[in-house]
Write a protein that binds this ligand. Structure first.
Ligand SMILES: [Zn+2]
Length: 708
C-alpha cells in the first residue's frame, strides 16, 4: 500500500501525530514530576564515601575481557604512540639531555600524566612489573626535567617555546599554553601513582610544584591565575585529601606540606571564574581573533588577567552560571572540581551551583548516549534541547561527564547520578575504543554516513581520558556511609568494607547488561545490623531521565527483591536506592532482577532533531542500526506497534545482545515492505569492515502501515 503521507516522519512528525506526541509527553511529564517528588531531589547533601580501586576486584563476564584488552593492548599501544609522537622527548629536552624544540600541542605534558594516572589504576587491578618499570622510567625523565628549575616548574611547551611567558604572564596567553591544566594533571598522576605503588618519586615532583603554585596564585597580592582548562581543581582537592587521610606521608617527602593550601587554591580557582578584566569578549574573539591575540600579548589588561570567555567558563562567577556553556570537556571538568570541593567544604553556594549545572546538562543538553558537547565549533555545548544527531560528542567530554555524575553521587547520595554515569559509561565512553583495543573515536555522533575509528590522532586526548575512567571503575561499583553499603553498579566483583565497625565481604554476581539478574552475598565477620542500599535504575521504573529529557515505553514496575531465596516486601526507595535493613549473617544473599526487555525511547518535544523518531534501549545499552546489518537503513522506519525482541549473539562483536524485529522499508514507488532488522549496541559501532552508516534515532510511524 502507499505510505500515508500525513505521517511523513523522515524530518519530524507533522499534524495530528505531532499533537499526539505533545499530549503523550505532557501526561508523561506529570508522572515524572510525581515520581521526582517521591524520590527526594538532589538538593540535600548526603555524603557517600568512595571505595578505593585497590579494594575491589572485578570478576565479570562483560567487563573482565575488556579490562584484559585495555591492560594488555590499549595502555601499551597509547604509550608507544606517545613515545613516537615526541611527548616524552619534550621532558628530555627540558632536562638538557636532548636537543630540539617542543613537539606536539602545548597540552602534550598533560596527556602523559593522564596516561600515568590510568596506567596506575590499571596496575592495581592487573599487576604488571614490566609496565610498572616502564612508568618508573617515564617518571625518572619527568623528575630530571623538573629538577632543572629551583621551584620545580615543569611545563615543557612554555619552557621550550615561550620561556618568558610562564603561566601566561609577561605577554603570554594561558588559554593557549595550558600551564595550569598541565600542572593539575601532574598532581593527579602523582596521587594515583602513589596510591597504586606506594612510590613517592612523582609525588615529590608534584608537591614541590604545587607548593610553588600556592605561593604564586591566589587573592591579591598573589596573582589572579585561574586554569583556562579545568582539571586542576579536582586534582588539588585530591592532593589535599591524600595528606589529610595519610598524615604520615609528609615524613616521606623532604618538602613542606600544608595541605590546606591545596584546597584553598582549588577554591580560589573556582571562585575566581569571571573575575577578569572582561576582555576580550567571546564576540570579539569570533570577529577578530588575531586582534584579540595581539591585545593580550600587549598586556592591555594591566594587573588583571584577560577573560577566557564562555568558551572556558570564565564569563561570570561559577555561582551565577545557570547553564553549561562553552568547551564541553572544560565545562564538565569544572563541575567535577566543584563537586569535589563541595564534598570537603560543604558550602551551599558550591552545592547549589553543582546541582543547577547538572540539572541543565542532564535535563536539556545531553544526548541519549550520555554524550555532551554537540558542536565541533569550539567543541562546545549547544543551547537547551539543541541535540542534533550528527553531533560532535567527544569521548573526553563523556568521560568528564562521567566524573561529574560520579562526584554528584558522592555529594548528594542519590542514585540518579549513577543512572547517568551508567548511561555515559556503557554508551559514549565505551564507544571511544574499538573491541580490539587499538583504534579510537574522538567524535561519537548518533547519525553518520560512517564514523571510523582512527589509529592515532594529532590531538590524542581521548585515549588517556578513556583509560582514566575505565581504570577507576572498580572504585565506582560500591560506596558506603555510616549506615551501610551502597551498590551503585551491577558488575561482578568482590570487595571487603568495614560497615559500622564490622568487616563485611561482598560478592556480586551478574550477567548484566545482557541479563537482568543480580545476586549479592554478604559475609560479615560477625552478625551486624546495617542497610544495603541497592540502586534501582530510573529506567527500570519508567523514568528514563530524571528531568524528562527522555521517556520510554517501559511501564513502571517494582523490582522484586529476595533475601535468602524468599521474596521480601517492597523495600523503601530512598534517594533512588532500595533500602534493605536487617541483621546480616554470614552467607546472606540478596537477589533481584532488572527488566532488561527492549524498550522504545522518545525525546522531549523540544528536541527538534528527534521528533518523529525513536531509539531502542535495553537496560543501560543504547542501540544503533548499522548499514552492514540493515542495507535499507536510509529508507526505513520503525512501526510503533510492531514487537521487538532481545536476542543474545555470542559470536557477534565479542558476544552481545541484539534487538531484532520487523522494520518498514520504503520503496522507490512509495510502497512499503517489511524487512528484518538487527540493531547492535551503540558502543560496538564500526568494529566490522564496511559497517557503513549508523543511526540511533530511527523515523517512526505512529500508526501501523500494512506492508505489501
Ligand atoms: Zn578527547
Amino acid at each position: 500500500m502507499k505510505r500515508n503521507r500525513s505521517l511523513q516522519t523522515s524530518t519530524g512528525i507533522q499534524g495530528p501525530a505531532s499533537k499526539r506526541a505533545w499530549l503523550f509527553y505532557s501526561a508523561f511529564l506529570c508522572i515524572s514530576i510525581l515520581v521526582n517528588a517521591q524520590i527526594d531531589g538532589g538538593k540535600n547533601i548526603h555524603l557517600l564515601r568512595p571505595v578505593q580501586v585497590c579494594d575491589v576486584k572485578i570478576n565479570d563476564a562483560f567487563w573482565s575481557p575488556k579490562f584484559d584488552i585495555w591492560s594488555r593492548v590499549t595502555v601499551k599501544d597509547a604509550l608507544a604512540q606517545f613515545e613516537k609522537n615526541g611527548a616524552f622527548r619534550n621532558f628530555d629536552r627540558v632536562a638538557g639531555v636532548l636537543e630540539g624544540s617542543h613537539e606536539g600541542p602545548p597540552w602534550h605534558d598533560s596527556l602523559i600524566y593522564e596516561m600515568i594516572r590510568g596506567a596506575s589504576d590499571l596496575l592495581v587491578s592487573f599487576p604488571d612489573s614490566d609496565l610498572e618499570k616502564q612508568i618508573d622510567g617515564y617518571i625518572d625523565r619527568i623528575y630530571a626535567a623538573a629538577a632543572k628549575d629551583s621551584n620545580g616548574y615543569i611545563l615543557t611547551y612554555t619552557q621550550l617555546k615561550e620561556p618568558s611567558h610562564r603561566w601566561g604572564l609577561n605577554g603570554g596567553y594561558e588559554r593557549w599554553q595550558h600551564d595550569v591544566y598541565n600542572a593539575g594533571a601532574l598532581v593527579e598522576a602523582a596521587v594515583h601513582y602513589y596510591q597504586a605503588t606506594g612510590k613517592t618519586r612523582l609525588l615529590e615532583v608534584a608537591v614541590r610544584f604545587a607548593n610553588h603554585m600556592c605561593d604564586l596564585m591566589g587573592p591579591s597580592p598573589k596573582k589572579n591565575i585561574v586554569p583556562s582548562h579545568s582539571l586542576p581543581e579536582e586534582a588539588f582537592v585530591e592532593l589535599y585529601l591524600l595528606f589529610q587521610n595519610n598524615p604520615q606521608l609528609r615524613e616521606r617527602l623532604d618538602l613542606p606540606v600544608d595541605e590546606k593550601r591545596y584546597l584553598e587554591i582549588a577554591e580560589f580557582w573556582l571562585e575566581n571564574r569571571g573575575n577578569n578584566c572582561g576582555k576580550p569578549t567571546t564576540e570579539q574573539w569570533d570577529k577578530d581573533e588575531p586582534g584579540c591575540q595581539k591585545w593580550i600579548r600587549d598586556r592591555n589588561y594591566g594587573d588583571n588577567r584577560p577573560s577566557w570567555g564562555a568558551y572556558a567558563q570564565d564569563h561570570e562567577s561559577v555561582f551565577k552560571q545557570e547553564t553549561l556553556e562553552g568547551h564541553a570537556v572544560r565545562a564538565v571538568l569544572m563541575c567535577t572540581g566543584l563537586c569535589a570541593a563541595a564534598r570537603v567544604n560543604g558550602q551551599p553556594r558550591y552545592t547549589e551551583a553543582a546541582d543547577r549545572l547538572w540539572n541543565n546538562m542532564v535535563g536539556k543538553r545531553m544526548h541519549i548516549t550520555g554524550g555532551v558537547g554537540a558542536f565541533a565549533h569550539e567543541e562546545k555545548f549547544g543551547g537547551d534541547y539543541v541535540l542534533p544527531n550528527d553531533a560532535y560528542l567527544e569521548t573526553c567530554a563523556a568521560v568528564g561527564a562521567g566524573f561529574f555524575h560520579r562526584n554528584m553521587n558522592l555529594l548528594f547520595g542519590h542514585a540518579m547520578y549513577v543512572d547517568e554515569l551508567e548511561r555515559t559509561l556503557y554508551n559514549n565512553v565505551l564507544n571511544g575504543v574499538s573491541i580490539e583495543g587499538n583504534r579510537y573515536n574522538y567524535q561519537n555522533p548518533l547519525s553518520a554516513k560512517s564514523n571510523h575509528r582512527w589509529q592515532w590522532h594529532g590531538c590524542p586526548c581521548c585515549p588517556p581520558m578513556f583509560l582514566k575512567i575505565v581504570s577507576a571503575l572498580p572504585g565506582y561499583i560500591y560506596a558506603f556511609d555510616d549506615e551501610g553499603l551502597y551498590v551503585n553498579l551491577f558488575i561482578g566483583s568482590n570487595t571487603e568494607l568495614t560497615i559500622k565497625g564490622v568487616p563485611v565481604k561482598v560478592t556480586q554476581k551478574t550477567k548484566y547488561p545482557w541479563q537482568g539478574g543480580v545476586s549479592l552475598v554478604l559475609e560479615p565477620k560477625q552478625p551486624g545490623e546495617f542497610s544495603v542500599n541497592i540502586r534501582v535504575p530510573g529506567w527500570s521504573q519508567g523514568l528514563e531521565n530524571p528531568l524528562g529529557l527522555y521517556r520510554s515505553d517501559l511501564k513502571q514496575s517494582s523490582v522484586v527483591f529476595k533475601v535468602n531465596g524468599q521474596a521480601i516486601a517492597t523495600p523503601p526507595l530512598i534517594r533512588g536506592y532500595a533500602v534493605i535493613k536487617k541483621i546480616w549473617n554470614k552467607g546472606d544473599a540478596i537477589e533481584f532482577e532488572l527488566p532488561i526487555q527492549p524498550r522504545r525511547i522518545y525525546a522531549h518535544p523540544e528536541v527538534v532533531a528527534d521528533q518523529g523518531r525513536v531509539a531502542l534501549q535495553s537496560g543501560p545499552i543504547v542501540y544503533c542500526f548499522e548499514q552492514i546489518d540493515n542495507p535499507q537503513i536510509s529508507s526505513c522506519f520503525l512501526g510503533s506497534n510492531l514487537p521487538i525482541h532481545l536476542k543474545h549473539r555470542p559470536e557477534l562483536l565479542g558476544g552481545v545482545n541484539v534487538i531484532t524485529g520487523k522494520i518498514f522499508s520504503l520503496n522507490h514507488d512509495e510502497t512499503v515492505k517489511d524487512v528484518e532488522f538487527t540493531a547492535i549496541p551503540y558502543y560496538c559501532q564500526d568494529n566490522r569492515a564496511d559497517s557503513g552508516r549508523i543511526e540511533v534515532w530511527m523515523p517512526e510511524e505512529q500508526e501501523l502501515v500494512k506492508p505489501l
